[in-house]
Design a protein around this ligand. Sequence first.
Ligand code: NAD
Ligand code: DAU
Length: 361
Amino acid sequence: MKTYLVTGGAGFIGSNYIHYMFRKYGSDIKIINVDKLTYAGNLENLKDLEGNPNYSFVRADICDKEAITKIFNENDIDRVVHFAAESHVDRSIKNPEVFVNTNVLGTAVMLNAAKAAWENEDGSFKEGKKFLHVSTDEVYGSLPDDGKSYFYETTPYSPHSPYSASKASSDMLVKAYIDTYHFPANITNCSNNYGPYQFPEKLIPLMINNALHGKSLPVYGEGKNIRDWLYVDDHAKGIDMVQEKGRLGETYNIGGHNEKRNIEIVNIIIETLQEILPDSDPRKKNVSKDLITHVEDRKGHDLRYAIAPDKIKAEIGWEPETMFKDGIKKTIKWYLENEDWMKNVTSGDYQKYYEEMYKQA
Ligand code: NAD
Ligand code: DAU
């Protein structure tokens, strides 16, 4: 039985990944989820796993060397899947330091602890141990709006926001461990994810939540920026396939050729809500395109992201399975059916963040 150490498993992608892995492998794997539970971490995302003997949770900061080393000393970890990070670009523009701490120093702690636990006396590594660093396409910078240029694994790094600069630094550290020590790792650089359990500071859940409450829908600038959207389960599957079938030391881009302008996304959300909400639902009368409000643009706003997933398809056989039209419906339905989840995560600190961030909306 393989034992996984998952960092950041109480966040959006981490929790979807843990669900995916238990659906796929059942009791053939053990998962230890280590998470600091920042504003973005929510144990409610994993409440159905309470009492599962193959799942355990440790509350710890990945920057805490002692706590992380203790986990490696007490468990024979076979796989590390490293999600934990500060993940929101707008927050990084306001407060970069915590991004450097968690994303760079935290990754260094994870790499050191895994290296210490897995290294043999001669500098080689114990058979079968693997570390996967989950990263982002934002490290490659921004593409022109030409519909034909893409991010490849060979595209030079050119991060613009403090978030993407911190993720780029963490990728470089992983690459340095691979090159210097032959550390058994892979990096995945993925495009924008969407799906259940995403914190409503990010475009899709924020727009769904605001529309249901008749609140303005704050589109940055003209809304022409392009993102390449991938359903979160497809990302989870890609991560698992890279870890099991990828060549050690390699980077794989994950994305689904699904480019959309932000304004298109907002329109699709409104149209889908109008289509699926029954007339009897009081929230339906709130949902209208009149709520769209163009607000000040994000500083240094990257124009376009688009992944070329050729390598992962050719070498590993991964392809996205969820069509955007199905994934977005599934996602919206999930938020409609999980109003309490949204109420819980938007109480308290979220209100403060929202008021500061969207003063003019
Ligand atoms: P998220 O913000 O939803 O979750 C991050 C999780 O990490 C939270 O549970 C949080 O509590 C935890 N965490 C934060 N700081 C920590 C620390 N110091 N110690 C331990 N735990 C800590 O993020 P997400 O959207 O699920 O992203 C997960 C990973 O995937 C990140 O590394 C991100 O860069 C990467 N990624 C995200 C996307 C996306 O579209 N969301 C796309 C590509 C890559
Ligand atoms: O590309 C992968 C990245 O995708 C991940 O690495 C990040 O962790 C993740 O947060 C995401 O970054 P983005 O900045 O692309 O996602 P966000 O949802 O914040 O914004 C998507 C687009 O929508 C972006 O062009 C900014 C715009 N936007 C966002 C918000 C929150 C708005 O127009 N209005 C908003 O209120």
